[in-house]
Every structure is written in C-alpha cells, then in structure tokens.
Ligand binder design. Structure first.
Ligand code: NAD
Length: 320
C-alpha cells in the first residue's frame, strides 16, 4: 500500500464469485490493480465480464488449493475462494475443506513471500447454531464437527486458526473478517440461499418455499456494504476477527413475505423441510466494526432488495 494507505496491487482469490467480483470492481474503481485467482468452481465469467477489456484486471484461472504464485509486487491478498452456499458446499465437501485448508495456506504463503497484508473472508457459520445472541466476536460457537455443514464451518474455523498461526509464527500482517449473510446482484438464482430462492420463485409466480416454520432468523447485508467493510478492514491495522453484517434481524417467513410484496407477486408461501443444522438465530454484533473501522451498513433493506430484484428480473427467464 502507498503512504496514503491506498492499495496498489491486490490479489483476490474467489474474485469471480458473488462477493469477490464486487470487491474486484470496487478495488478497480479505487485505482488498485487486481489479480483475480479463481477456478470458476462456483463463480462465473459473467460476474467479471465488465472487466474483460480492463488492463488493470487479470484473471488467473487456477485452483488455490494447489500451490500458486503471482508474479510481481502484491500489497494485499484477499482470500475469498471457497464454495459458500449450502448447496455448493454440500455438492463439493472435499473441495470446500481443501479451499479452507490448503487454499488458505497457499494464499498466506503468497502474502508472506510478497510482504503483503492478508485478509481472510471467514463466516458467521463459525458460530454454528449459536447459544449467544447476537453473535459477538468473543463467542466461540456451537458447531457440529460431523454435521451436514461441517465441511464449511470447520474449514473456516481451521482457516482462522491457520491465519492466526501465520501471524504469530511468521509475522504475516493478517486480518480475519466474519461475513454474515450478504445479498445482491450476481447471486446465482439456484444457489439455495433464501434471497435468490424467494426472488426467483416470486418473479416466476411459483410458491415461495420457506424452510421449517420460518421462525428462524437471518440478518442480511447488501453486498456494497459488505465490500466497504472488507476494504475498511483490509486497510486498517486490525487483526480481527471482526464481524461484518447488518444487525437488522428478521425471520425467514417475514423475509419471504417482504420479497413477495416487493416483487408484487401473489405466490403462495409453502413450508418445506428444514435442512439439518440450519441455524435458528443469526444476528451480528457489529460494535467492534463500528468502533475500530468506523463501518456500518448504510444501504437500507428495501433499497437493497429492490436493486437485487431488479437485477434478477433482467436475467433471461432461462437463466433464473
Ligand atoms: P461464491 O461461490 O460466489 O464465490 C466463491 C468463489 O471462489 C467462486 O468464484 C469460486 O469459483 C471460487 N473458488 C472456490 N474454490 C476455489 C478454489 N479452490 N480455487 C480458486 N477459486 C475457488 O461465494 P460468495 O458468496 O461470493 O463467497 C465468497 C467468500 O465469502 C467465501 O469465502 C465465503 O465463505 C465468504 N462468505 C460469504 C457470505 C455470503 O453471504 N455471500 C457469508 C459469509 C462468508
């Protein structure tokens, strides 16, 4: 980073994914050169299509779970590569564990070689089905190590431990952020997460499928806010972990009703079986992010959802 704390050249692993592609866009808008390292396991070239003719952006298509290098100077490594939606990590359990373990180590090694700052995109899933609410960083979580989400939860917990060890033993300048549910344009319609599922169902006039009785809660953060938080953490001197999310909490049933209303849809709501180990409560305590980063979400829920619905409604019907 230059004397003003501006990023000159960043590596974004998972940069062709949902959050990663928005992060690449923001870094480019702020003048940083970006190398996106992604094997397109769950990401897509469409997400980075806008950067096709951008000389400051490079896609290095590779699996970060295999050792890799990036030629030239790097001052920031942002490690996001990992399947992230429940459907994706259920389909790719071993890849998810490898991305959290070997992928994180390879990204840390890159940061170590380059003398770069390293940011780990961890997750609220490290809290499991929480016994403390809202979730504060000092809470250690309630995670089933052999359950249907364990490949993701434990991979991220290991990634946090590895990042901590690289900081203490090798002096890598690291920060861990724990992202809570993020939504926005470029989510995949069928990735199994609540927002794209409800939007595509409402737009198609199909029943909205709410898991269980819908009383479980979620707190969803618009992607622009998440990206601002990631970058604020990246250029801070903090080591984390720092929660990044929107503390507005609502039940999954209320979310479904809200999406249906905003889509002006008359779809019925139906109740389906709740997946195993689905957390009952999710709400970040963002006091730390507020105080040390001066960050908090600014995009209001209705606006964020309207932007997301608008984006989904422009997708060809076959792509929804
Ligand atoms: P995503 O699936 O859209 O993006 C992940 C990207 O990583 C994809 O482009 C995928 O192709 C790439 N990838 C996966 N394994 C890889 C590998 N071995 N080598 C190279 N590339 C690989 O998911 P997302 O929602 O954008 O999530 C990005 C990161 O943020 C993940 O680490 C996830 O755990 C974290 N996160 C996201 C959320 C959320 O709500 N979206 C919440 C918490 C944490």
């Amino acid at each position: 980073m230059d004397e003003g704390g501006r990023v000159r050249r960043a590596v974004v692993t998972g940069g062709a994914g949902f959050v990663g592609s928005h992060l690449c866009d923001r870094l480019r808008e702020e003048g940083a050169e970006v190398v996106c390292v992604d094997n397109l396991l769950t990401g897509s070239l469409d997400n980075i299509d806008g950067r096709r003719d951008d000389p400051g952006f490079t896609l290095d298509r590779r699996d970060v779970s295999d050792a890799f290098d990036v030629p030239g100077p790097v001052d920031l490594v942002l490690h996001l590569a990992s399947p992230a939606s429940p459907h994706d990590y259920a389909r790719h359990p071993l890849e998810t564990l490898r991305a959290g373990a070997h992928g994180t180590q390879n990204a840390l090694e890159l940061a170590h070689r380059k003398g770069a700052r390293f940011l780990l995109a961890s997750t609220s899933e490290v809290y499991g089905d929480p016994l403390v609410h809202p979730q504060v960083e000092s809470y250690w979580g309630n995670v089933n190590p052999v359950g249907p989400r364990s490949q993701y939860d434990e991979a991220k917990r290991y990634a946090e431990a590895l990042t901590t060890a690289y900081r203490s033993t090798k002096g890598v300048d690291t920060v861990i952020v724990r992202l809570f549910n993020t939504y926005g344009p470029r989510m995949r319609p069928k990735d199994g997460r609540a927002v794209p599922t409800f939007i595509t169902q409402a737009l198609a006039g199909e029943p909205l499928t709410v898991a269980g009785d819908g009383a479980q809660t979620r707190s969803i953060c618009y992607v622009d806010d998440t990206v601002s938080g990631i970058l604020a953490a990246a250029v801070s001197g903090q080591q984390g972990p720092i929660n990044l999310g929107n503390p507005v909490e609502l039940s999954v049933l209320d979310l479904a009703r809200h999406v249906r209303d905003l889509c002006r849809s008359e779809s019925p709501i139906v109740f389906v079986e709740r997946p195993g180990d689905d957390p009952s409560l999710r709400r970040p305590d963002i006091g730390l992010a507020r105080s040390v980063l001066g960050w908090q979400p600014v995009v209001d829920f209705d606006k964020g959802l309207a932007l997301t619905i608008d984006w989904f409604s422009r997708l060809p019907v076959s792509g929804r």
